[in-house]
Design a protein around this ligand. Structure first.
Ligand code: 5AD
Ligand code: SF4
Length: 452
């Protein structure tokens, strides 16, 4: 029997990217071959995102395109077959078997914690089982390892430390698609990071919906490390592995203990970057979102972060047009952006998600007004970014070289310790190395410089 080829596409957050890396690793160990094109694939997997309506719509568009390209391929070469289409991830978890009714092209559905059983699902399909749905929990002994060849970025590894979310912000579908918070054992995380270090990984990202809500069942692995919270102890434990760079995302403002800043101050390998989603600058809106923080409590954390001698860069997420957001609420968001001096911010237009409490509220900020606020906020964020970037001009930063630049073949590209992209001239031989770069120019979201 010929080797079955699997093509996979991933939408959404880092947790999905990380799940896909493990799915690909698993499939290759089971004898499947991962391919980079849907043309000629026996199986197409779509790892989906449901955080906004647009992301969900993309899925149905993609299924249509895949079906069309396989039909075109069939006309050119009648021996080719229609690929099996499997839906994984958040939309799969939320929609379950209703997906088969929504789109006839779908063959099986695996929820967010069922991805470890993907090879069984494919095999069952080929054995004749139709419309398989698995929305179950991770199996006992689930393997979290990723093969080097399946890493999205060869020198950077994503290491999940906590899954799910208990926060139930009123607009957000994630607690429903990803389930309750579940922390991984610290001893396993540390063992994994040590292994990655020995394999030549330069940078790890500890990932989770809310990493700083980390609360493992047992202390094992953390015994020797002090800290005000389990997360800050974990940071110190991971720092002690000696891996060159450690980043972590996403942090939840209410649970952001300032001991995290102390840990960064103590350990050079804990990078100087914090992603702390604020969502709004208005206390009225924050209350309606049930975020659990006020703008004052957020800013006091920002003050602590900015007071660090490490020059920690701060990034955030902001939603515009939440139900009942007034012009005044929005002005408060603009003021907050001015105060916080974010290096960058992801801005989203509010998108009602069925099943969330905010879905019951009237989506009463018009699409036009959402666009106006989006653009105005984007301008404010860009202006602030340029102010932050001016501080880098003529200074030297350390960059992990990750790839050839997308825009200019003579250039290579990587990230600073504070997670800003830097492009500069250099050869592919530098891939995977950490080099000193003098910053000469700042453009939107990117710094430019020369090796020194
Ligand atoms: N509408 C718009 N943005 C949303 N986000 C989460 N849910 C929604 C929604 N319903 C944004 C938040 C979150 C980021 C990952 O996505 O800003 O931090
Ligand atoms: Fe969604 Fe809030 Fe949980 Fe973040 S903290 S995943 S915004 S519910």
């Amino acid at each position: 029997m010929s080797v079955k080829k699997v093509y996979m596409e991933t939408f959404g957050c880092q947790m999905n990217v990380s799940d896909s890396e493990r799915v690909a690793t698993l499939l290759e160990t089971k004898g499947f071959q991962m391919t980079t094109s849907e043309v000629g694939a026996d199986v197409v997997l779509l790892n989906t995102c449901s955080v906004r309506e647009k992301a969900e719509h993309k899925l149905y568009t993609r299924i249509g395109q895949i079906r069309k390209s396989s039909a075109d391929n069939f006309n050119n070469s009648p021996n080719s077959k229609k690929p099996v289409i499997g839906i994984l991830g958040c939309v799969a978890q939320l929609e379950g078997e209703t997906l088969f009714k929504r789109d006839q092209g779908i063959d099986f559905v695996l929820g967010t914690r069922a991805v470890g059983r993907v090879s069984e699902a494919i095999e069952k399909f080929f054995d004749g089982q139709k419309n398989l749905v698995d929305l179950g929990e991770r199996e006992f002994g689930y393997d979290w390892t990723v093969a080097d060849s399946q890493r999205q970025f060869p020198f950077v590894a994503f290491v999940p430390i906590i899954e799910g979310c208990n926060k139930f912000c009123t607009y957000c579908i994630v607690p429903f698609s990803r389930g309750r918070e579940k922390s991984l054992a610290a001893s396993d995380i540390i063992r994994n990071v040590l292994k990655l270090r020995h394999e030549g990984i330069r940078e790890v990202h500890l990932i989770g919906q809310n990493v700083n809500s980390y609360r493992p069942q047992f202390d094992s692995g953390l015994e020797k490390f002090t800290g005000a919270t389990a997360f800050s102890r974990l940071l110190r434990a991971v720092a002690a592995t000696g891996i060159e760079r450690i980043k972590f995302t996403t942090s939840f403002p209410r649970d952001f203990h300032t001991d995290i800043v102390s840990a960064i101050d103590e350990h050079e390998n804990l990078c100087n970057w914090v992603h702390l989603p604020v969502q709004s600058g208005s206390n009225t809106i924050l209350r309606a979102m049930r975020r659990g923080h006020t703008i004052e409590s957020y800013m006091s954390r920002v003050d602590k972060i900015k007071a660090s001698p490490r020059n920690i860069s701060l990034t955030t997420d902001i939603i515009v047009g939440f139900p009942n957001e007034t012009e005044q609420d929005f002005v408060e968001t603009l003021k907050m952006v001015e105060y916080c001096q974010f290096t960058s911010a992801y801005i989203f237009k509010y998108s009602p998600r069925q099943g969330t409490p905010a879905f019951e509220m009237s989506d009463n900020v018009s699409a036009k007004e959402k666009s106006v606020r989006f653009l105005e906020l984007e301008k404010a964020v860009k202006n602030n970014q340029q102010k932050v970037f001016q501080n880098y001009l003529n200074k030297t930063v350390k960059v992990l070289v990750e790839k050839n630049s997308n825009k200019n073949m003579a250039q290579i590209s990587g990230h600073t310790t504070c997670q800003t992209v830097v492009n500069f001239e250099g050869s592919s031989e530098l891939l995977g190395k950490i080099v000193n770069v003098e910053i000469l120019e700042a453009k939107a979201n990117t710094l430019y410089g020369k090796i020194c």
